[in-house]
Design a protein around this ligand. Structure first.
Ligand SMILES: NC(=O)c1ccc[n+]([C@@H]2O[C@H](COP(=O)([O-])OP(=O)(O)OC[C@H]3O[C@@H](n4cnc5c(N)ncnc54)[C@H](OP(=O)(O)O)[C@@H]3O)[C@@H](O)[C@H]2O)c1
Length: 171
């Protein structure tokens, strides 16, 4: 499994249930990596998508402890299933090629699944914005090494960003 995330300089990832920055090129980067794959997320991240709908063209695995939550209906080519624990989430993806399974957030799911992730694709926006959820700071974690970093571009607001990849040396 791998993780994919967009962070600001202090590793902020969201505020009030939404992303901090919406940047088209970063969305395209996310889509390029996760299209046709399995995405594992918390139910607040699912709720943050337009209409609270699962991501199209992917197998969506949604974590909640709510026994009542039912998987929303999906168009052809998309599936969504509900799991009620991290063990259940890991079991759900156990038979998949690990390179096609992505932890896509939010903060609570990243925290729990990162030890199971081989790589983390981190889009880094060179700014700090008010946030209420954060990704673990991989620069301060000895298990994680920066494998690559390439310039992404600059947002319409003038914020530069980079596409980086970290590798988990503990796996
Ligand atoms: N920048 C990025 O790349 C990025 C990516 C994704 C999300 N985000 C942002 O992150 C924020 C959401 O993150 P979040 O941490 O608040 O929420 P989240 O991780 O998306 O969802 C949290 C919910 O997931 C369920 N959950 C988590 N662990 C579980 C477990 N072990 N067993 C069963 N259920 C479990 C629980 O649902 P119940 O409460 O229903 O039990 C929990 O309340 C939003 O602001 C979103 O925009 C940012």
């Amino acid at each position: 499994m791998n993780a994919i995330v967009a962070v600001t300089q202090d590793w902020g990832i969201g505020r009030k249930g939404d992303l901090l920055i919406n940047e088209k090129a970063d969305m395209q980067h996310f889509v390029r990596h996760t299209r046709g794959a399995t995405v594992v997320m918390g139910d607040r991240t699912l709720a943050s998508f337009p209409g609270g709908r699962p991501l199209k063209g992917r197998r969506n695995v949604v974590m909640t402890i709510d026994p009542e939550l039912e998987a929303p209906a999906c168009p052809e080519g998309t599936t969504c299933e509900i799991v009620h624990s991290m063990d259940e989430a890991l079991a759900a993806v156990a038979d998949e090629d690990p390179d096609t399974v992505w932890a896509i957030g939010g903060a609570s799911v990243y925290r729990q699944l990162l030890p199971h992730c081989t790589r983390a694709m981190v889009t880094k926006f060179e700014t700090v914005l008010p946030a209420d959820v954060y990704f673990p700071n991989l620069d301060e974690d000895d298990a994680w090494v920066l494998e690559s970093s390439e310039e992404g571009g600059t947002t319409a607001d003038g914020v530069a960003y980079r596409f980086t990849v970290y590798r988990n040396t503990a796996l």
